[in-house]
Design a protein around this ligand. Structure first.
Ligand code: FAD
Ligand code: DHB
Length: 400
């Protein structure tokens, strides 16, 4: 079989890229390791930057998002009971974010792909990129017991942190930067109304918590938990009791509890692989970088990679400008590093680290510096602007 762009992974990166390329008449085939149902079972992000929302619209898949997604003009940061409003719209001169789940975006993209009759091989195993440094790369894989050989011009590695694409770049040709945080996030989803119209990032002596949502009737909450905790250690009642302790009083009194419809623990990691391309193989989204979730940047950085690669491949096929592919990694990484820095900074300021080793200073001094930094930024309009400008997302860079 043959296509112009072979895409590995049917997460949001792969599906969005596939849809955008198809709109430009560029053929593509997606190879996904698991079933579509399994992909949709992974509950992850919920906040979309304006740039992401615009890209989804450009792909022609924005209708449901525009109907059901909720625009958020701001959010709150609560330190103990002191709440500071970050008025995104006011502080950025009009930018906002959209609250619409990753699961919904993925589902909308899957439907659009099916309706357009585009090819996806779900449950493809042993996906192996070949000859990526040559002008004619290929991928071999197995599907329903049969072996396939897919010839293509380019390969987009949209296969997440544990995929094969990054490993295809020889170790001596890539540099990996990594930081593991000494805690995880325990997430709970419930069909209960959220405590507030806006998200609240909270910190007090019990640790970090985030009150988020998917709709007026569905809440998503997170708690900072020790890395040693297992999800089985946390009953729903334990979760609600702990959340109540961490929310500011005005939100805690609104808390409506109910049974969880999902509960899971995610570790926190900062990770970047440089460069993000090798020959005709491009790494996109989590395949190249991971951020800690504080600041909601993971999915949004994946989207800006997609935007860059989409623009480059459009130039390749529409303007016969093959040289422009060399810019991908450089352009993508500039924005990725900003997002990584913001997520690292927000994570540092909003979590309790206690006394841990991988800090430059003893734990107590580090914690005090972070408290001081946070109160400085929150009490100054310029500080709040710095937070708002990055939360709504820095502009996408043009491709020359
Ligand atoms: P993925 O969504 O990981 O998709 C990659 C796809 O490739 C998967 O479907 C996978 O099955 C497939 N694949 C993997 N290996 C192969 C292979 N060898 N062959 C074929 N296919 C393969 N971000 C936020 O902003 N907020 C959050 O709250 C948040 N929570 C998260 C919680 C968890 C547990 C995780 C892991 C991530 C979270 N993120 C969050 C990050 C966000 O979900 C990701 O940034 C986003 O999913 C990236 O999309 P992607 O398409 O690049 O990768
Ligand atoms: C959500 C997750 C985040 O990491 C974040 O910063 C905001 C919202 C969420 O899942 O709703």
């Amino acid at each position: 079989i043959k296509t112009q762009v072979a895409i590995i992974g049917a997460g949001p990166s792969g599906l969005l890229l596939g849809q955008l390329l198809a709109k430009q008449g560029i053929s593509n085939i997606i190879l996904e390791r698991v079933t579509g149902k399994y992909v949709l079972g992974r509950i992850r992000a919920g906040i979309l930057e304006q740039g992401f929302a615009d890209l989804v619209r450009e792909a022609g898949v924005g209708e449901k998002m525009d109907r059901e997604g909720v625009v958020h003009d701001g959010f709150e940061i609560a330190i103990d009971d002191k709440c500071t409003h970050i008025d995104l719209k006011e502080l950025t001169g009009g930018s906002v974010v959209v609250c619409y789940g990753q699961v919904n975006i993925t589902e909308d993209l899957m439907k659009a792909r099916e309706e357009a009759g585009l090819t996806t091989y779900y449950e493809a195993s042993e996906v192996t990129p070949l000859h990526v440094k040559s002008a004619s790369p290929a991928i071999t894989f197995k599907h329903n017991g049969e072996e396939y050989h897919l010839d293509c011009d380019y390969i987009a590695g949209c296969d997440g942190f544990h995929g094969v694409s990054r490993q295809t770049i020889p170790e001596e040709k890539r540099t990996e930067h990594e930081r593991i945080y000494p805690f995880g996030w325990l997430g709970l989803m419930s069909d209960t109304p959220p405590v507030s119209d806006e998200l609240i990032y909270c910190k007090n002596k019990h640790g970090f918590a985030l009150a988020s949502m998917r709709s007026a009737t569905r809440s998503r909450y997170y708690l900072q938990v020790p890395l040693t905790d297992k999800v089985e250690d946390w009953s729903d009642d334990d979760f609600w009791d702990e959340l109540k302790k961490r929310l500011p009083a005005k939100a805690a009194k609104n808390l409506i509890t109910g049974s969880s419809i999902e509960k899971s623990i995610a570790p926190l990691r900062s990770f970047i692989c440089e460069p993000m391309q090798y020959g005709r193989l491009f790494l996109v989204g989590d395949a190249a970088h991971i951020v800690p979730p504080t600041g909601a940047k993971g999915l949004n950085l994946a989207a800006s990679d997609v935007a860059t690669l989409y623009k480059i491949l459009t130039k390749v096929y529409k303007e016969d400008d093959k040289a422009c592919i060399e810019q991908y990694s450089e352009i993508a990484l500039r924005r990725v590093w900003h997002g990584e820095r913001f997520s690292w900074w927000m994570s540092n300021m909003l979590h309790n680290f206690g006394k841990v080793e991988n800090q430059d200073l003893d734990g107590n001094t580090f914690e005090r510096f972070m408290e001081s930094e946070l109160s400085y930024y929150l009490s100054s309009e310029n500080g709040r602007k710095v937070i708002a400008e990055q939360y709504v997302g820095l502009p996408y860079e043009e491709v020359k």
